[in-house]
Design a protein around this ligand. Sequence first.
Ligand code: PEP
Length: 254
Amino acid sequence: METTTVTHKLIAGNWKMNGSLAGNEALLQAILAGLDADTAAVDVAVCVPAPYLAQVQALCTGSPLAWGAQDVSEHEAGAYTGEVSAAMLRDFGCRYVIVGHSERRRDHGESDEAVARKAQRALACGITPIVCVGETEVQREAGQTEAVVKRQLAAVIHTVGHCVSEIVVAYEPVWAIGTGRTATPEQAQTVHAVLRAQLGAAVPEPRRVRILYGGSMNAGNAAALLAQPDIDGGLIGGASLKAEEFLRIVRAAV
Ligand code: PEP
């Protein structure tokens, strides 16, 4: 559960559907070897495919590296073949779970309300949901960016109520994910400020809610993005699969 102030940035890797037992071990060992007293000022996590949670738990327990999943069921338990519950994620020591990633909204038809229920399930099990919001390129060009991200976040605020102070938000413009086209620091900051203001209407301390930027963040652009006043960390896809690149992003967040 989120208890830190926003002065600790969060760098979270999203491995997506990548990895193998051997590859994960090498990647995690390299990341762990690079976390030191300097990087202790940053919260670092990897969100991995569910089958590898036990491996990550075994390798990272007691280390500064937290871990999480990439999705969770909106249901508590029962006849939901293929689903993974929040309680199961808790069994494997997950601190975080990504909900509402644009790939799941797009490929699995996840609605704003379903994403909100997933966030609620995670919170009920003491797991911090990383709630992804973001506009498509068409929506941006139509001037709908603000309306889209506010609608997506509003559903979560409506469902989880005052517990919204315990979530992490990730602004991920869909057009920037996996494309190498990063939002400029100014573009990202503009949206982050909108989200911060929306949180401010829901919780007394909106600065305690971390708002991450995600979308082709890498070692080269991380520092400029993370220097923005409302960017409290990063959700990192492709660059989280390379230990040295991921560690350079972590160091840019110190
Ligand atoms: C993501 O999938 O959450 C993401 C940010 O991907 P990438 O960094 O590869 O754009």
